[in-house]
Ligand binder design. Structure first.
Ligand code: GH3
Ligand code: MG
Ligand code: MG
Ligand code: MG
Length: 316
């Protein structure tokens, strides 16, 4: 029998290189009270180029996770002082789901029920010590591969395919949660609904592909301007929203109006030349107990006014 994927084939090497490159960006936290065990696991992980952080018990593991939100894998021992492996993962899972952080439990304890209990409490996998190196690597890689897959699925479900900002589905599913949170904390939130002016004319004059180029660049500028602190989503063809959590309407208005002016004076480069694009926007502020739909409806009224008043305007 000839294996399709030959060890020395280009495809095999390419896959390996891709994995190693992925591993370099993966931070792994190893929680174990035994220094020897920690160093051993570190050396195994470092052979595969992972970044490794160590914690000597459950409590310090929690603190380390808090300080390093970019950790993607936790490998934890069972028996540890202060807080054991179960206590640790129960605490961790209150905050981080399986799609955010992968956990592999480890123990040299001979109790056969450990593995099932680890997984029931939120671990993705379990390894009995002592283990064969190859098994350790297989489990780590499989766990990370499935995390990657979940992330990809999540992105495909929630990001807009053309512009890579959040899509309509994300906005309607998740923004309600934000509103509830703001209402509970008596905070403020404003919402802007943006619609590109005469966009149909771009398509009609230059073709649909150029229309797409404009949408991509428009979204990228929105992202550049706002996504670090706020939510940017494409909810229709050439309609976008920016959710300004924490801002009253005056401030949101000022930010959006600055964006509007900047857009007007900075033409968008396309394959058919530079095009001057303008946008009309309705901005509104969240009143408590409102739904996303109600909020959006009011923003839409503002948008309609901005269009009627001549476009390239922001209306409250
Ligand atoms: P107004 O100033 O009143 O907003 O005029 P408008 O032409 O922008 O508005 P209208 O709603 O009539 O046109 C929106 C157009 O956007 C129509 C549709 O073909 C186009 N469109 C929607 N989605 C896409 C897309 O993904 N790519 C491209 N190229 N065009 C799209
Ligand atoms: Mg221990
Ligand atoms: Mg429109
Ligand atoms: Mg339009």
């Amino acid at each position: 029998y000839v294996f399709k994927e030959n060890r020395f084939s280009y495809e095999y090497t390419a896959k390996l290189v891709k994995r190693l490159r992925r591993n370099q960006s993966v931070k792994v936290l190893v929680a174990d009270d035994s220094v020897v065990s920690r160093k051993f696991i570190r050396s195994l992980l470092e052979q595969h180029l992972f970044q490794v952080i160590e914690a000597d018990d459950g409590i310090s593991a929690l603190e380390t996770l808090n300080d390093n939100p970019d950790i993607t894998l936790l490998i934890t021992d069972y028996n540890m002082p202060r807080l054991d492996g179960f206590g640790l993962i129960i605490k961790v899972r209150e905050r981080l789901g399986r799609e955010e952080l992968a956990i592999i439990g480890l123990s040299s304890d001979s109790d056969e029920s450990l593995s099932a209990r680890f997984i029931k409490n939120g671990a993705n996998d379990f390894l009995q010590k002592p283990f064969v190196h190859e098994e350790f690597h297989c489990r780590v890689l499989t766990t990370l591969d499935s995390l990657d897959m979940v992330t990809k699925l999540w992105e495909q479900a929630n990001l807009d395919y053309l512009t890579n900002v959040f899509n309509r589905r994300y906005f309607f599913n998740f923004y309600q949660e934000k509103l509830t949170e703001v209402a509970q904390k008596q905070g403020s939130l404003s919402l802007a609904l943006l619609d590109i002016d005469f966009f149909k004319k771009v398509n009609d004059t230059y073709g649909h592909d150029v229309g797409d180029e404009v949408l991509i660049e428009f979204a990228s500028r929105l992202k550049q301007s706002f996504s670090q602190h706020f939510t940017v989503a494409r909810i229709g063809g050439e309609e976008f929203v920016v959710g300004f959590k924490g801002l009253h309407i005056e401030k949101a208005y000022a930010l959006i109006d600055r964006f509007r002016m900047q857009l007007e004076i900075t033409p968008i480069e396309t394959s058919k030349g530079a095009l001057t694009i303008t946008v009309s926007t309705g901005v509104t502020e969240f009143g408590h107990d409102e739904t996303v739909d109600e909020l959006l409806k009011r923003a839409d009224t503002g948008l309609y006014e901005a269009k009627s008043a001549g476009r390239n305007l922001v209306s409250i």
